[in-house]
Design a protein around this ligand. Structure first.
Ligand code: GLC
Length: 724
């Protein structure tokens, strides 16, 4: 069943992703992007077909069929199949490649994703018979394409194929290719003359490969054509031969899927199975570098590992080729600061290159940005090894990137900003794959909806209960907030970019905190008189209680793990019990109706009613930390400075990635906080005024003043995962 996208903001994004694919569709294949890449690319078409498979089977099949029209007699599926009508806009084109038989293709290949795509097309098909015939038609072609790797690219017959050009990896200027490319001596006089075309497409040069890289790309192409594309002749001379982790891992997974395809159509799959078995075994044994404890590409020219930590090193998870122990080690690396601590650091998903390396560059193509396809594979790989929660979080992050920053080719791994080509096909297609798959499954298991609701009665858990001992002292809310933040800082694991709650919970410091919090039982909230005092007290208590509850409930990654989190967690303060919701809606929001509910938080006669503030200050929404990524970080509030601090919190939030205004696209994306609490802001015009008041950029503020009433606001995913 196809999903019904009733959630408004999801529908808009789904429509946008589909429109991008429609725009790049040429009638027989989909361009990777509107102008930078006008022809058909090999692995792009695999990712794109996977996206189509959910809602347009015909196109999914045509996409694959079109690419395979370019398949060579030796089985090789070329990296590019050129469109004769689009020539003149890309370099190198057929006049430069000069491949045999005048084919309109390049003379290299790419990671073989198509068995994976074809199996998915079949699995998502509504017309099973048609899809089965498609598989039957494709099977011999796919078989030939895999055999090509084992026959021509695996001279040692150990199941590992080599690449002979950086473009064959799909990771054109990956830092892994620096040292093998340096081994190539370039004599400029002998290099055929050529002109790059990529830089004329509006992408800044510092986000693209360098001219030196291009000289070497061209040198290799020239070598291939001089060797008449004879593999043995090429192998004898080629100074760039690399057994690559990524290509072999994809080949390995594709072997497994090809085996399944063979079974569906009743073929003997013995040969395919032995390919997959051997490749898996060799990846695990031959591409694992003991010295560094990770998978690395292997340079066949100098017989050494290429010691460069890129995200491609995680791909044996996707290929299901890593041993359980290797998988655990990889998980540890992916979960360290080097790769963003799996969503927990201040970046989005996994960057393509270790962030701690000196030459890490968050903007430059394959040298640091985040790529959707690599992360999509990694999330699948993590699931393969049962790291399911992390994989779910990653998938959510992958979806967030295009929703927040547009459907770009790649994204800045620290700010999320989109780079390279806009309206990039595989970004749209893999976004669609994730969102359709997500709707197909039980949405309750997902992390980015509000904490689930338990059925029936909610048992409040008082976190600062004492066992009847007399409370003699009065702790101040500021002390409490300071104390818990101090502990949180102390237990911050710098390598993992997050708090180690497990160790924290067992610590002496935490026990002292609990004692301090228990003193609140002796505090009289009646003693708070001014509005400023009340605001600072309740905000501090709320934030401290969130951290306390995260520790006490053992939240691992997301508040979604604890049903009714905000209703369950409570403190005893004086003679009363206050849950987080009581503080937020009953007190700070002046006894308002919580989102999704129909009654005010405190009923008439509730003894806590006198503590309610008499009106709502919408700035509180940016002071309540909540501990989740889509809200403000925790801070300590002081009675004397509360106004200034609330302004500061609002400024920070309004100028963060939770408020995105793009005049050039006529688009405004807002955090769902503005949707849930629009009445606190006095409706839509109040939201506009609030934004204008705090936005730092005047041009954006002016745009909002002039256009806000007209523009249909879109709301961003709300991210419930822990922000530290
Ligand atoms: C670039 C990318 C490659 C991609 C191609 C078309 O060359 O490095 O992975 O297939 O563009 O999108």
């Amino acid at each position: 069943m196809l999903a019904d996208f009733s959630g408004k903001h999801f529908k808009l994004y789904v429509d946008r992703a589909r429109r991008i694919l429609d725009g790049n569709w040429t009638g027989s294949y989909t361009k990777p992007s509107p102008s930078l890449y006008p022809h058909q690319w090999n692995w792009d078409s695999g990712f794109i077909a996977i996206g189509y498979s959910h809602y347009n089977q015909d196109r999914a099949q045509q996409e694959v069929l079109s690419l395979f029209k370019g398949q060579w007699h030796n089985g090789m599926v070329p990296q590019i199949v050129f469109n004769p009508e689009a020539l003149g806009n890309y370099f190198p084109e057929p006049d430069f490649w000069q491949v045999p038989a005048g084919r309109m293709t390049s003379g290299i290949t790419m990671p073989p994703l198509h068995a994976i795509a074809c199996l998915q097309i079949f699995r998502n098909a509504r017309d099973g018979e048609k899809a089965r015939s498609f598989l039957a038609y494709m099977y011999p072609k796919l078989l030939a394409s895999h055999r090509y790797f084992y026959r021509y690219r695996d001279p040692d017959k150990n199941g590992l194929a080599y690449i002979r050009h950086p473009w064959e990896s799909g990771l054109d200027n990956s830092p892994a290719w620096d040292s093998p490319l340096k081994q190539i001596e370039i004599d400029k006089n002998k290099l055929p003359s050529y002109q790059r075309k990529d830089l004329a497409k509006g992408v800044p040069a510092d986000q693209r490969p360098s001219d030196d890289d291009y000289d070497r790309y061209v040198f290799l192409v020239d070598l291939f054509r001089r060797a008449g594309y004879e593999e043995e002749a090429i192998r004898r001379e080629c100074p760039f031969l690399v057994r690559e982790v990524l290509l072999n891992s994809i080949l390995c997974r594709a072997d497994r899927d090809l085996e399944d395809i063979g079974r569906v159509i009743g073929q003997d799959v013995g040969e395919v199975r032995s390919w997959g078995d051997q490749t898996a075994k060799s990846i695990s044994r031959e591409l694992w570098c003991d010295e560094h404890g990770r998978f690395e590409d292997f340079d066949l020219v100098n017989g050494e590992f290429i010691h460069v930590p890129t995200a491609a090193g995680f791909s044996p998870l996707f290929g299901a080729a890593a041993s359980a122990e290797q998988a655990k080690t990889l998980y540890g690396i992916a979960d360290s600061i080097a790769f963003c601590a799996l969503n927990q650091g201040h970046c989005f998903t996994i960057p393509n290159y270790d962030m701690t390396q000196d030459d890490f560059d968050p903007k430059n193509y394959w040298r640091g940005p985040v790529w959707i396809n690599i992360n999509w594979m990694l999330a699948k790989g993590l699931k393969e090894y049962d790291f399911v929660t992390k994989a779910d979080l990653m998938e959510k992050d992958i979806m967030q990137l295009p929703m927040r920053f547009g459907f770009h080719e790649y994204f800045d791994s620290t700010s999320g900003q989109g780079y390279g080509s806009e309206e990039f096909s595989w970004t749209a297609a893999l976004f669609l794959d994730l969102i359709y798959s997500y709707y197909d499954r039980d949405r309750d298991v997902y992390e980015w909806f509000p904490p689930g609701r338990s059925q029936g009665h909610i048992a409040v858990k008082v976190l600062n209960q004492t066992d009847g001992a007399d409370i003699v002292q009065n702790a101040s809310a500021e002390d409490i907030m300071d104390s818990i933040r101090g502990i949180a800082r102390e237990f911050h694991d710098a390598d993992r970019a997050r708090i180690n709650y497990g160790t924290l919970k067992r610590s002496v410091q935490y026990r002292s905190y609990c004692e301090l919090a228990s003193q609140l039982c002796g505090f009289s909230p009646e003693s708070l008189t001014t509005r400023e005092e009340k605001l600072a007290f309740w905000i501090n208590i709320y934030n401290a209680m969130v951290i306390h509850a995260i520790i006490e409930f053992g939240v691992a990654s997301s508040l979604r793990e604890i049903p009714d989190f905000y209703e369950v967690a409570a403190y005893r303060i004086g003679d009363f019990t206050f849950s987080l919701d009581d503080i937020e809606h009953g007190i700070l929001r002046a006894n308002s109706v919580p989102p999704g509910k129909s009654n005010q938080r405190f009923g008439t006669g509730d003894k806590r009613l006198p503590f309610s503030l008499d009106s709502v200050d919408p700035r509180i929404h940016f002071a309540l930390g909540c501990g989740v990524r889509s809200r403000s970080p925790f801070a300590h509030y002081e009675t004397d400075r509360i106004n200034e601090q609330l302004d500061r919190a609002s400024t920070d939030f309004v100028n963060s990635a939770e408020v995105i205004v793009l005049p050039e696209k006529d688009a405004v994306y807002l955090s769902q906080i503005f949707l849930w609490y629009r009445n606190d802001f006095n409706g839509i015009s109040g939201i506009r005024d609030f934004l204008v008041r705090y936005l730092k950029r005047e041009d954006i503020a002016t745009f909002l003043v002039q256009n806000f009433a007209r523009i249909e606001i879109e709301y961003l995913f709300f991210d419930w995962s822990l922000d530290h």
